[in-house]
Design a binder for this molecule. Structure first.
Ligand SMILES: [Fe+2]
Ligand SMILES: [Fe+2]
Length: 444
């Protein structure tokens, strides 16, 4: 199907080029419209609707993103974007005349599209094509990319909750919209990763499982991008990480958040979130692929396969499950929960390193801390000379000596690279919700 969709899209663009060169009354245009229409007809005979989206700078069809095609067609993407078109839906019943009129509208000046592009089509009686923006409900028109990181993070949390709740209600999900959300996070992990990672470190959130799932997804995407995965794999990893604990939504909050000793029955119930989640994600294999099933099932299996669910034959964790497992435990230990205190980064580091080789793939765990750092971006730390600083960036060569900004006392305010300046060192972590709170604002 993907091949056919690519083909149809290419034909449509050829048709657009022909219209631009010869106009829409020339026989050349008629010929290319015939070809394009045949390609669409073929697809719409098999499916009710065909939706193509523009995600970042790439073209997407359902769960696939046509990265290679996207590179070839960058100017076409730009052309559509300039016309406020991020989503094109063609539905069964499409006539050749409609396709022709649509191309006729597309060759028009981009100013025509300033208002509502859909209205343009409605005016000329095109019913089976709809064009417009990708549906990201939280997004206020046009300002998604320029909004602050907090808004991006919050809107992603909303978006994620929405997707998760439709999944729970057995509703259809919009995989394209989800990838669009995750893609905007990836874009931000490039240019503004400090800001985004800082949010995870310092922003105070409730126990919400959604937040945990989104954090794990962001960590997993950032980690895998630094491990050198391709962008489309990173998106798949992000989606799989996002759903890793979906099975928990079946387990009562009372059991999940119980502070005392769990009975064997309760513990078994919690463990079952892996199998429940995998069964659940299996329903979405067509739209999201197999990776969410694998990761839901395996994320507690552990590197040495000693975790759960118990496997009759020794089975090694999939690398993506190993990546998610590290991000999962890291986030769970670092976040403040109603039923436990949050641990400081040095404690988290020690706890996780004790399980290196048993719970976690040793090589991956080392890489993870080299990337995330010993003191994560956004941490408030006390230095050996009594001043207080915020961690600004990591130094992979020495994870305990990041780049920091001294924020107090104010007259000493400056940036210091601890890998260069050995007269200073970090003595202690200040909890950003308690004693460190007052210093956070100083770093704005
Ligand atoms: Fe889990
Ligand atoms: Fe988890």
């Amino acid at each position: 199907m993907l091949g056919k969709v690519e083909e149809a899209f290419k034909e449509l663009l050829t048709c657009l080029q022909t219209a631009k060169m010869y106009g829409i009354v020339h026989p050349m245009f008629g010929k290319s419209l015939d070809k394009a229409y045949a390609a669409f007809e073929d697809i719409l005979a098999q499916r009710q609707e065909m939706v193509i989206g523009i995600v970042g700078d790439e073209l997407a069809f359902e769960k696939e993103i046509f990265f290679d095609l996207g590179k070839l067609l960058r100017s076409a993407i730009l052309y559509l974007k300039e016309r406020n078109i991020e989503r094109l839906a063609f539905s069964r019943g499409l006539s050749k005349a409609e396709l022709g009129k649509f191309v006729g509208v597309l060759v028009g000046p981009k100013e025509d599209f300033k208002a509502d592009p859909q209205m343009l089509l409605a005016h000329i009686g095109v019913k089976n094509i709809s064009i417009g923006k990708l549906k990201v409900d939280e997004r206020k028109d046009g300002d998604f990319f320029t909004s602050s990181q907090i808004e991006l993070y919050n809107s992603s949390v909303d978006r994620v909750s929405q997707v998760l709740s439709s999944v729970l209600n057995f509703e259809k999900i919009d995989p394209l919209g989800l990838k669009f959300s995750l893609n905007s996070i990836i874009d931000n992990l490039g240019a503004q990763r400090q800001e985004l990672l800082k949010l995870i470190t310092v922003k105070r959130y409730d126990v919400e499982i959604y937040v945990h799932m989104l954090n794990v997804s962001i960590f997993a995407m950032y980690f895998s991008s630094r491990l050198g995965f391709e962008k489309n794999d990173i998106l798949d990893i992000g989606v799989a990480a996002l759903f890793h604990d979906i099975g928990k939504l079946y387990i009562s909050r009372k059991t999940l958040h119980k502070s005392g000793q769990l009975s064997e029955q309760e513990f078994n119930r919690i463990k079952s979130h892996t199998v429940l989640g995998a069964e659940f994600m299996f329903e979405y294999v067509d739209s999201l692929g197999i990776l969410p099933v694998v990761v839901s099932f395996e994320h507690h299996l552990k590197y040495d396969s000693s975790g759960y669910p118990r496997m009759p034959l020794l089975k090694k964790q999939h690398i993506v499950s190993s990546i998610v497992a590290i991000c999962d435990v890291y986030d769970a230990l670092s976040q403040r929960r109603g039923y436990k205190l949050d641990y400081s980064p040095d404690v988290v580091y020690n706890i996780m390193n004790k399980d290196k080789g048993s719970s976690f793939d040793p090589e991956l765990l080392d890489k993870f801390f080299r990337i995330i750092g010993f003191w994560p971006i956004g941490s408030v730390v006390a230095l050996n000379d009594g001043s207080i600083a915020l961690v600004r960036d990591e130094n992979e060569s020495d994870i305990r000596r990041p780049k920091i900004e001294i924020v107090s006392p104010v007259d000493r305010k400056r940036l210091v690279d601890l890998a260069q300046d050995y007269s200073l060192s970090i003595e202690r972590y200040l909890n950003p919700w308690k004693e460190g709170k007052e210093y956070l604002a100083l770093g704005q």
